[in-house]
Design a protein around this ligand. Structure first.
Ligand code: GLN
Length: 198
């Protein structure tokens, strides 16, 4: 994969490091041959070219992002076109609407999300997904108290579904997944997001 941005500079990838599965994403970024850094402050955020928002607890991440002033910065740069990828709680934080929930969000993708949507009994599970435009074998996806997408706006492309439920989608520069590709050894989702022509 190409590791350089438009000016031939190696892309710097940030992982929002307020709470959640941060190290796992950093490992994937490194395995893709890129430099990953933790983002905890607005200063950190200003130094990066792309952002990954990890899984964890979306209400906690949202509250901390507001305390550090990162919520407005992320919304602003996302609207300006910065590539941002949210997994699980990260997907909830990027959504325009979350059912029955007024939690802090960045409002960058036109989707309606239901939290913990696969039921309380089914805390976590794995499933084989066919992801749109991905070559090769199905993607073995890990879901942990996962949300799913109930509705998408006109601009949103659905990339994967499980059991009739939308679990991966993209709107221009914003990518979201209900599942955790960072907990597998399959680099395809990260490579897709980190590629030069994403
Ligand atoms: N259930 C969590 C939330 O609502 C998300 C779970 C996860 O990120 N693994 O924030």
């Amino acid at each position: 994969m190409n590791q350089r941005g438009a000016e031939g500079v190696i892309l710097k990838i940030g992982v929002l490091a307020l709470q959640g599965a941060v190290e796992e994403h950093l490992r994937m970024i490194k395995e893709c041959g890129l430099e990953g850094v933790k983002v905890k402050t607005v200063e950190d955020f200003k130094k990066i070219d792309r952002l990954i928002i990890p899984g964890g607890e979306s209400t906690a991440i949202g509250k901390l992002a507001k305390i550090y002033g990162l919520d407005r910065e992320i919304s602003k740069r996302g609207r300006e076109g910065m590539p941002i990828f949210g997994t699980c709680a990260g997907m909830i934080l990027l959504a325009n609407k979350v059912i029955g929930n007024e939690q802090i969000r960045f409002n960058l993708i036109d989707i309606l999300v239901e939290r913990n949507a696969f039921g309380r009994q089914v805390d976590s599970f794995e499933a084989e997904l066919n992801i749109e435009d991905f070559a090769g074998k199905p993607f073995r996806a890990i879901f942990i108290r996962a949300p799913y997408i109930k509705k998408v706006g006109k601009e949103v492309k659905v990339l994967a579904q499980f059991d009739g439920k939308i679990v991966m989608a993209r709107q221009k520069n914003i990518l979201v997944s209900s599942f955790h590709p960072e907990l597998t050894n399959d680099l395809r989702v990260h490579k897709y997001f980190l590629s030069e022509n994403y």
